[in-house]
Design a protein around this ligand. Structure first.
Ligand SMILES: [Zn+2]
Length: 165
């Protein structure tokens, strides 16, 4: 049985899109769907293309490298399993693939948590918009994994920005 933070990960059998996403992560790969008609990658996983509504898609491994586009610091545990983790960062990561496509307001953005080298929440003072990140994967068991991000040592493209403290 797949678990995360002691919680059972229960994905309905009629949600093959999320199952494949987590299976890819279980193999240490960040995989996303690419529309077979308009050729755009997308996130989150789902049956239809948000750009052209096509149901035809293939899975593709992406680099997992990107930039923090936005973030929030969660200070209240919404589940008792998260009590020991707060405060932790939830990040919206703009992947290096498909930047500025289909237009300048959209890109390939993945939401997840930001962790340190030990898999613990990254310290709040290190979280910033513009910081470079790379994917890493938590093992959920049962062949499933959970994509997360950690800071990389790449030089940011622009000055970092943090919420005023
Ligand atoms: Zn499409």
């Amino acid at each position: 049985m797949a678990e995360y933070l002691g919680l059972t990960v229960d994905i309905p059998a009629n949600d093959p899109d999320h199952i494949e996403y987590l299976q890819g992560a279980g193999e240490g790969r960040l995989v996303l769907q690419r529309c077979s008609d308009c050729n755009l990658l997308r996130y989150p996983p789902g049956p239809a293309c948000p750009y052209c509504q096509s149901l035809e898609r293939e899975w593709e491994e992406v680099s997992g490298r990107g930039t923090i586009y936005s973030y929030e610091i969660v200070t209240q545990a919404i589940n008792p399993a998260y009590r020991e983790l707060v405060p932790y960062a939830v990040v919206l990561v703009e992947l290096d693939e498909q930047r500025g496509v289909p237009d300048e307001h959209e890109a390939l953005r993945v939401i997840s948590s930001l962790v340190d080298g030990d898999g613990a929440p990254e310290a709040e003072e290190n979280v910033a918009i513009g910081a470079r990140v790379e994917a890493e994967f938590a093992d959920l068991g049962d062949g499933l994994g959970l994509p997360r991000f950690r800071l990389s040592d790449e030089t940011p493209e622009h000055e970092l920005w943090q919420f005023p403290s």
